[in-house]
Design a protein around this ligand. Structure first.
Ligand code: SAH
Ligand code: SF4
Length: 444
């Protein structure tokens, strides 16, 4: 029996159990950190430094099969396989490519669902999530030293009608996926990159329980939490597909995909630890967005700086009345509670808290709303910036996009009030990859 067991300090996700697995069950290696791997290998009579080798193979070389781990003796690889261990890293099963270069992936995650029948197809409903690759970012990282350029406030060029048509590019695994490590390396070298920086938008749950009225993901309800290996594995799968080179390429992560990260807190933070310690990414290039789960923000405030991503809070409304109408969770944690909790997060020098603000035509995009938001943020005294997101439409969601003029005026009012304000570009709207559009929309 594999029981999830995430602790504050480690990324252990499975009980280290060397007993033979029940027939059909699997023991995923992906998700275990170097410490856990070393402990297990020691337990089966191996030197503990083999744990480091195994971790390196999983998180730096991005192997997908135990047999690819050439640093381990063949006998050890065979022994691990015989014990039921598998790599089980999430795999890209479908790719949707937008006209703007954004790619939306359907990623099969299996290791967090031990109850899954062994013969179930990998893309069965509760075992797929969506992850988005945005070459050159979406402008939401403006003003926080990670974007490399300041964002111009420009109106999206994609027509609204584009959302109805989705082009499926491939149901094959992506570039480099599924190839042996050596071939993948060659492929990475020869692949021409057209981007200089990129952002990966990562999911933390399958679906979401929060029920924001304007969000397509909410329509799914919560199907299940993802494990740390499944959250970090989305990143590694996309890095492998895109041939990201650590230390050379500027890669940002935003935990803004499907789900509410702070309602899956332990696994989310364990994934961050894996991404920082094992994969080698910087937490200062990661941003987690919460709809405002106050106990989560309070825990987050306690995390050590060397492991803590930046924080974004989905404010989305100028006052409690409007916020409760569009985000029922505001009844439980109203705006003043969010601000209080945010104040307790110790910030790095130059760090700001991001307030995300979805502009819903006629509902949250009026000049008086902008003035109220400006007052609210100034009164909070928080070092803050605002990311405006023009609402992205979805089927059967009864809101309107804001007019380009309303967006300009809103942004101008905040800017004049001295609040750093950026407009997030709607990336991949034509393939349902933009904010709030992730709902496993698959059309042939
Ligand atoms: N659950 C987290 C993170 C995922 S949503 C959260 O809510 O913060 C990421 C961002 O997308 C949030 O700021 C959310 O308010 C916004 N969003 C949701 N649906 C949207 C839509 N249809 N158009 C534009 N932004 C949307
Ligand atoms: Fe969940 Fe965020 Fe969508 Fe709200 S906006 S339903 S919290 S994913």
């Amino acid at each position: 029996m594999l029981t999830p067991a995430v602790t504050r300090e480690s990324s252990h996700l499975v009980r280290l159990d060397s007993a033979a697995p029940a027939s059909g069950s699997r023991k995923p290696l992906f998700g275990l950190d170097a410490v856990a791997l070393a402990a297990y290998l020691e337990k089966i009579g191996q030197p503990s430094w083999r744990g480091q080798q195994l971790a390196h193979a999983l998180y730096r070389q991005w192997v997908t099969e135990i047999d690819e781990i050439s640093t381990l003796p063949r006998k050890l690889r065979q022994a691990l396989a015989a014990e039921g261990w598998v790599v089980d890293r999430p795999q890209i099963v479908q790719v949707f490519r937008s006209v703007d270069g954004t790619e939306r992936y359907l990623i099969a995650c299996q290791n967090g669902n031990p109850g899954r029948p062994p013969d179930a197809p990998p893309d069965s409903y509760a075992d797929t999530v969506e992850t988005v690759w945005m070459p050159d970012g979406d402008g939401g990282d403006g003003g926080d030293q990670t974007d490399g350029k300041e964002l111009q406030a420009t109106w999206p060029v994609l027509p609204v009608g584009a959302v109805t048509k989705i082009r499926k590019i491939s149901s094959q695994p992506g570039l480099g996926v599924g190839l042996p490590v050596t071939q993948r390396k060659t492929q990475r070298k020869t692949q021409r990159k057209t981007w200089t920086r990129a952002t990966i938008c990562v999911s933390s749950q399958v679906g979401c329980a929060v029920n924001c009225q304007f969000c397509l993901t909410a329509r799914l309800g919560l199907l299940r939490n993802l494990t740390a290996g499944e959250i970090a594995g989305q990143v590694v799968a996309v890095m492998a597909r895109q041939g990201v080179e650590l230390g050379r390429d500027r890669l940002n992560l935003v935990f803004m995909g499907m789900g509410e990260p702070f309602l899956n807190y332990d696994h989310f933070m364990a994934a961050v630890r894996l991404l920082v310690r094992e994969v080698g990414l910087s937490p200062q290039r990661m941003t987690v967005s919460t709809s405002g789960i106050v106990p989560g923000i309070e825990r987050f405030a306690q995390e050590p700086l060397e492991l803590r991503p930046k924080l974004a809070i989905s404010l989305n409304a100028p006052n409690d009345e409007v916020r409760t109408a569009i985000m029922p969770i505001n009844r439980k944690w109203p705006i003043h509670a969010l601000i209080e909790a945010a104040r307790r997060v110790p910030l790095r020098s130059n760090e700001r808290i991001t307030f995300e603000y979805v502009l819903l035509g006629g509902v949250t995009d009026q000049p008086e709303h902008a003035k109220e938001v400006a007052r609210l943020i100034r009164r909070s005294g928080l070092p803050a910036k605002v990311n405006l997101i023009a609402w992205n439409p979805g089927p059967d969601i009864d809101y309107a996009m804001p007019s380009p003029e309303a967006v300009d005026v809103f942004q101008e009012i905040l800017a004049v009030a001295g609040i750093p304000v950026y407009l997030r570009q709607p990336r991949g709207r034509d393939i349902y990859a933009a904010c709030g559009q992730l709902k496993r929309t698959i059309e042939e």
